[in-house]
Every structure is written in C-alpha cells, then in structure tokens.
Ligand binder design. Structure first.
Ligand SMILES: [Zn+2]
Length: 308
C-alpha cells in the first residue's frame, strides 16, 4: 500500500451543502461550539505543549479580538468536526499568547509532524492557508477593479459592482513531477542554486490546455532533452506554497542522452536503482541528499525502489 503524502488526508467534512447558505454561516460564526484556526503572516498558531496541535480560539475570543467585523476580516469556513464548525482567520492584531503557543510556518510544522508518521494536521492547516492566501489576494475584482466580498463561507469572492457581479473562485496550480525511468535507471536533476548533492524528480507547472501526459513530455524534453513515451499517474499532493497540486507520475524514457537547460538545471543524471537503494539504506550523504519526507519526490523514489 502506498503511503499518504503530507498535506493530504483532509480530516473534516467540508459541508459544501451548508456553506453556500449565508444564514447558516452567520449562525456558525456566532456559535459557542465553533473554533477558529488563527494565522499571523501566513503562519498558523500552534500549541507546542505536547507535540504540535492547532491552538484554536473560541468564537467569544475571536469576537473580543476583532469586534466581530466579519466583512473587514479575511476568514473562511474550513469544515465540520462533528457538529462543530471550524473556521480559519487572519489575525494581525497583537494577541495574548500563553507560554505554550507560537505562530509557526507551515513547512516547519509539516516537517515536524511528519517525522512521527502521517498526520492530518498539515492538510487542515494547508487548506486554511490556501483559502486565506487566496482571499487576501482577491479583495478587488480582476474584471473591473471594484471591491469584492466573501461568499460561500470563503470559497467565492463576488464583485460588489452590480454591473459586473463577477464571481471569483479559489485557484489551484497543477504541477507535474515525474520520475523518468529507463529500465533500472531514473533521471534526477539538481535545480540552479540548490545545495550540492540535492537531487530530485524533474517538475514544472502545467500550461493551459495541456494534459498531464503532454506537460510531462514537454517538461522532460525542455529541461533534460530526453524524449518520453508512456506516462503513468502514481499519486498527488496538495502543496500550499501558495496553492499547487503536485501530480506525481512515472514516465518511460525513449532516449537516454541528456542535454540540460542550464537556466533551470545545474545537473541532471541517470541514477542506477541498486545505487539508489544503497543510498536510501545509508541515509544519503553530501554527494546525494535524499529528498525530504514531506516531498512527493521522496515517495515516488521510495515506491519505485520497492518495486521488483
Ligand atoms: Zn467586477
């Protein structure tokens, strides 16, 4: 069975049948059972007393801090935990923090919690971050320049200019990341400016109108000069920096000569499966650092190494 990537495994009921109802959302924003994830400068507020957990605030506490002026704040409904509504909100006001609370950047949270196995916490926090980032960048309509207001619990922004009334939806930017294979060898590259020894799967943003297969073939040809045939989907990973979806594939190489695009890659090489197995067993070194646990590239490599 394949391991789940960190930032996947959303643990709540997204309740999309409720969140379009503004009356329901208003009632939840005022309800005692609701809880708020707090974000300051994009970093979630965490309770560090026992492992890492979100330091939720109650409705009353958030009302106290903000005055409850919801139309002036960036917030979003995240989902239902049983009957309790969970919201995420940006708070840049000075907050009274207890000694065991801290704003921590999401990448560090993901590294720390994934060291103890799979956890759904990064998925929860990642969704909040993606929606809040998007809301924060869409205060004005990209069609007419008028102000927008939040709707559907933070999943839509509607233009307040009645003549325009455009609706804007959260965006996800798909990235293809590919393990290019040729028999018992795989192609890995090192980006320009990466530390010595850091190799990973090639990757790139998809372009409008492309299929996953077409994007994979274009990227590998552009970056490494290798022609790719069959492309097989393996797994995907939400990547909230700021709003990507990593689409992990295996790609069969039809050619082996490498011509690197030096604007993108400092180096690209074929690595032997037996050699990589050895490196993974010993934990890597300065000549080859294994991609971190939170990266889908690590999963693609490990799962290929486990194949026959
Ligand atoms: Zn507009």
């Amino acid at each position: 069975m394949m391991n789940r990537c960190i930032f996947s495994g959303f643990p709540l009921d997204p309740a999309d049948h409720f969140r379009a109802d503004a009356t329901w959302i208003s009632a939840r924003l005022a309800h005692d059972s609701s809880r708020f994830l707090l974000y300051g400068r994009g970093r979630p507020l965490m309770d560090i007393s026992e492992g890492l957990r979100p330091a939720y605030r109650s409705t009353a506490e958030v009302q106290d801090i903000t005055g409850g002026h919801w139309d002036q704040l960036d917030w979003t409904f995240i989902g239902l935990d049983g009957d309790a509504a969970i919201f995420a909100i940006v708070l840049n006001q000075k907050l009274e923090l207890s000694g065991h609370e801290k704003f921590i950047d999401l990448r560090s949270i993901a590294v720390q919690v994934s060291a103890e196995g799979f956890s759904a916490i990064p998925s929860l926090l990642g969704r909040g971050k993606m929606l809040l980032d998007w809301n924060g960048r869409r205060h004005f309509c990209s069609c007419c320049g008028h102000k927008t207001r939040t709707e559907n619990g933070g999943y839509v922004r509607k233009c307040t200019n009645e003549a325009c009334a455009a609706e804007h939806f959260p965006r996800t930017d798909p990235v293809v990341i590919m393990l290019v294979l040729q028999g018992d060898k795989c192609l890995l590259g090192r980006g320009v400016g990466w530390p010595e020894g850091n190799y990973s799967a090639l990757a790139g943003f998809m372009e409008p109108g492309e299929t996953i297969e077409e994007a994979t073939r274009r990227e590998v040809l552009e970056e490494a000069g290798v022609t790719v045939g069959e492309v097989t989907y393996i797994k995907s990973q939400p990547w909230p920096f700021p709003s990507s979806l990593m689409i992990g594939v295996q790609a069969k190489a039809l050619t082996t000569d490498i011509t690197t695009d030096t604007k993108e890659l400092e180096d690209a090489r074929w690595f032997d499966k037996a050699e990589l197995r050895q490196i993974f067993e010993t934990g890597g070194d300065d000549t080859f650092r294994i991609p971190p646990e939170i990266a889908i590239a690590r999963h693609l490599l490990e799962e290929w190494l486990q194949e026959g």
